[in-house]
Write a protein that binds this ligand. Structure first.
Ligand SMILES: Nc1ncnc2c1ncn2[C@@H]1O[C@H](COP(=O)(O)OP(=O)(O)OP(=O)(O)O)[C@@H](O)[C@H]1O
Length: 136
């Protein structure tokens, strides 16, 4: 029987229907795969949980929650994209290649830039209430 979660370019050209539920299921599989295979994803999760705890303890404002949620989402999204790019590179270039190296290094660099941005957001959101809590 045809796997209902598989759709290729030919199916798309033929206009074969692919339900929204299937699309969500595929996206969820991708996120789960990234969590299972990428050590960095687990580190991002630990840091995100810590950020939530800090947010509750420091009683940050609504705009702070919005900024932290955006930063966390961006880091997870970039790590998923990095995982996708690594898979494609491994598929098309299992042997050593300078282009493959540049592609993977740039994708990893994008995650790093995103994580540094998240650190900057965290500093802006958490430092003032932390100083206030400390009476400084
Ligand atoms: N086919 C290849 N050709 C050349 N260099 C490669 C190749 N595959 C991986 N590399 C190099 O090894 C590094 C690590 O690649 P790998 O696929 O193991 O990613 P990773 O350890 O999961 O990285 P990340 O921490 O970014 O998720 C790449 O950034 C790149 O410099």
């Amino acid at each position: 029987m045809r796997n209902r979660f598989v759709r290729n370019a030919k199916d798309k050209r033929q206009g074969e229907r692919f339900s929204l539920a299937n699309a969500f299921a595929c996206a969820t599989c991708g996120i789960a795969h990234a969590f299972k295979t990428q050590r960095n994803m687990k580190i991002h999760l630990a840091v995100a949980l810590l950020a939530l705890v800090f947010g509750i303890v420091l009683q940050i404002e609504a705009w702070g929650w919005a900024a932290i949620a955006l930063a966390i989402g961006l880091v997870f999204a970039f790590e998923c994209m990095n995982t996708a790019l690594e898979a494609v590179v491994d598929l098309v270039s299992p042997e050593y290649s300078e282009l493959a190296k540049h592609a993977k290094d740039c994708a990893a660099g994008a995650v790093l830039v995103c994580a540094l941005g998240a650190v900057a957001v965290a500093a802006v959101v958490y430092v003032p209430p932390a100083l206030a809590l400390a009476g400084l």
